[in-house]
Design a protein around this ligand. Structure first.
Ligand SMILES: [Zn+2]
Length: 265
């Protein structure tokens, strides 16, 4: 089962994107958008293809090499604990998810990291395609942290692959411009990050951007006091005040964004 999921990762992500696209069409959270949807999705898909060509192959190779070396040496924590596989996997997924939360907070608090992370926040429409709009610099730094954790904790290649698939699926879901049923959203929000919750994170108000950092489960925001809620989601202005127009976030401009001088807020 695990092997089937990993081997068909791209197909699973395409099916998920198609489902979310349909739901965004029939149950939009934001109805009036500053740009045509197809054009916005096309730009984000082109940008993620560019990222994959530059970053994806190298990261994939590094992951395979480092994980097989780590397994041979058997130095990582879980290679020496001999705990049941299911318990080990649950703990590893939780630790990786907590690390992702801390990394996201750091991206907002440390000026150097924000230069790269602002690329993600400069999107003026947040939909499922925004889940893949990250600067290659941010992707590289987060990949290095994950590889270090892989060696220290003794994480297997398939455990990392499952975690990454869960993260991308959840990111597609919580970025989607889809309105969940009113009775269901508050319930789901207790356990998972909902589109409503994550759109608050993409608000142009600093108080709101600096909240709701979780990607999969909403536990860490609740535990560390970074959860924020407002019920009038439709009144949120999405994006960054310093990049208010579509012309300021073309593909070339988002690639070069970290190297240009602009004030944060
Ligand atoms: Zn963020």
């Amino acid at each position: 089962m695990t092997e089937f999921i990993i081997n068909n990762k791209t197909l699973i992500l395409v099916i998920s994107a198609a489902l979310l696209f349909a739901l965004e069409t029939f149950r939009p959270l934001f109805e009036s958008l500053p740009e045509k949807r197809i054009r916005h999705i096309f730009r984000n898909v082109m940008y993620s293809v560019f990222n994959f060509l530059i970053f994806g192959f190298g990261y994939g190779l590094a992951l395979i090499q480092i994980s097989s070396l780590s397994e041979q040496l058997g130095l990582g924590l879980f290679y020496n604990l001999f705990w049941p596989s299911w318990l080990e996997t649950i703990l590893i997924l939780l630790v990786l998810d907590l690390a992702l939360y801390i990394w996201h907070v750091a991206n907002h608090k440390i000026a150097f990291l924000w230069k790269f992370h602002q690329v993600h926040h400069s999107d003026l429409i947040v939909d499922f395609s925004s889940a893949s709009r990250f600067h290659i610099g941010e992707l590289t730094m987060s990949a290095i942290i994950r590889l270090i954790l892989l060696v220290l904790l003794g994480i297997s290649l398939w455990q990392i692959a499952i975690f990454e698939l869960i993260v991308i699926l959840c990111a597609q879901f919580n970025h989607s411009n889809m309105r969940l049923p009113l009775w269901f959203e508050p319930l789901l929000r207790w356990f998972m990050v909902t589109p409503e919750m994550h759109h608050i994170h993409h608000s142009d108000k600093p108080r709101e951007t600096d909240s709701n950092y979780c990607t999969t489960i909403s536990l860490w925001d609740r535990l560390f006091g970074t959860f924020f809620w407002r019920s009038d989601i439709k009144n949120i202005n999405i994006g960054l005040k310093q990049y208010p127009k579509q012309e300021s976030v073309t593909i070339w401009r988002i690639i070069t964004m970290p190297f240009r001088k602009k004030k944060r807020h």
